[in-house]
Unconditional design. Structure first.
Length: 32
């Protein structure tokens, strides 16, 4: 159970980081 929670946490962190990257890239494209 602990391992599953850690895996989900890592997955969520990666997803959040990817979303932030896409969001900032989208903002850069929007400014051009």
């Amino acid at each position: 159970d602990g391992l599953e929670k850690k895996f989900r946490g890592d997955l969520y962190d990666d997803f959040e980081q990817l979303t932030l990257e896409l969001y900032s890239k989208g903002n850069l494209y929007g400014l051009e």
